[in-house]
Design a protein around this ligand. Structure first.
Ligand SMILES: C[S@@+](CC[C@H](N)C(=O)[O-])C[C@H]1O[C@@H](n2cnc3c(N)ncnc32)[C@H](O)[C@@H]1O
Length: 212
C-alpha cells in the first residue's frame, strides 16, 4: 500500500508525548511509563495502527505499544490518538532489528506480527520478522508464556514462519487457515491490510504460538 509522504510526520511524532523515538532510554522502564503493572503487548510493524488502536480500546487493562519504522504511516495512528487519547497505548518509531535494546528481559507479554512484509526472495530471508535472529530477540523480551500471534494472507510467509517458530521451540496454541470464517473471528480485531485483503477475497492465515 503506497502512502504519500507527509513532510511533517517525523516532527509531529517527535513532539508527541505518546511517541518514543529513542526507546533505548526506556528499556526496563515501560511499566513506569504506563504507570501500572498491567501486561504490555507489542505490535511490530503497526502501519497506520487501526489494529492496536482498537485493541487498546477493547482491553483497557492491557498496555499496548506499536512499533513502526515509517514516520508517515505511524503519523496516521497519531491522527487517531490526537482525536481520542488512550492511556494504555504508546508508539515507538524504530526498527525491530534492535528490540533487545528497547525492552528488558521479560518486559513484554505478547507480540503481534500482522501482515508483515513477506520478503519472498531467499536473499532477503533475514528481513522476515520470523527469521531466527528476530525470534531470538522475541524470546528474550517476552515473559513466562512467550506468546506470538501472527496474521498474514501470504501462504509462503505463513509456512516459513510455522517452520521457523516451531524449530525455535515454539508450539502452536491456536491456528486457522481461514481466520475470517473461523471460530477466532469473533474476537479478531482487524488491521488495515486485513480489510484490504478480505475485500480482495484473500484467505487470512492465523497462528498463535507459545514457548514455555
Ligand atoms: C505490510 S505493512 C502491515 C501494516 C499493518 N500491520 C497492517 O496489517 O495493516 C508492514 C509494516 O511493517 C513495518 N515494518 C517492516 N519491517 C519492520 C521492522 N523491522 N521494524 C518495525 N516495523 C517494520 C513496515 O514499515 C510496514 O508499515
Amino acid at each position: 500500500m503506497r502512502v504519500r509522504n507527509r513532510s511533517n510526520a517525523k516532527e509531529r511524532l517527535e513532539n508527541n508525548e505518546y511517541v518514543f523515538i529513542e526507546p533505548t532510554i526506556n528499556k526496563g522502564n515501560w511499566h513506569n511509563i504506563f504507570n501500572n503493572i498491567n501486561p504490555i503487548h507489542l505490535e511490530i510493524g503497526t502501519g497506520k495502527g487501526k489494529f492496536i488502536f482498537n485493541l487498546a480500546k477493547k482491553y483497557p487493562n492491557i498496555n499496548f505499544i506499536g512499533l513502526e519504522t515509517q514516520p508517515t504511516v505511524l503519523s496516521f495512528l497519531l491522527d487517531k490518538i490526537e482525536l481520542e487519547s488512550i492511556e494504555n497505548l504508546r508508539l515507538i518509531l524504530a526498527d525491530a532489528n534492535n528490540l533487545t535494546d528497547y525492552f528488558d528481559n521479560g518486559e513484554i507479554s505478547k507480540i503481534y506480527l500482522n501482515f508483515s512484509d513477506p520478503w519472498p526472495k531467499t536473499k532477503h530471508i533475514k528481513r522476515r520478522l520470523t527469521f531466527k535472529t528476530f525470534l531470538d530477540q522475541y524470546v528474550q523480551v517476552l515473559n513466562d508464556e512467550k506468546r506470538i500471534a501472527q496474521k498474514t494472507d501470504n501462504q509462503n510467509l505463513f509456512e516459513y514462519s510455522l517452520a521457523s517458530m516451531t524449530q525455535h521451540g515454539f508450539v502452536i496454541d491456536k491456528i486457522s487457515l481461514d481466520l475470517t470464517n473461523s471460530q477466532y473471528e469473533q474476537d479478531n480485531v482487524h488491521t488495515e491490510y486485513e480489510d484490504k485483503f478480505i475485500t480482495k477475497g484473500n484467505n487470512i492465515y492465523y497462528v498463535e504460538v507459545i514457548r514455555k
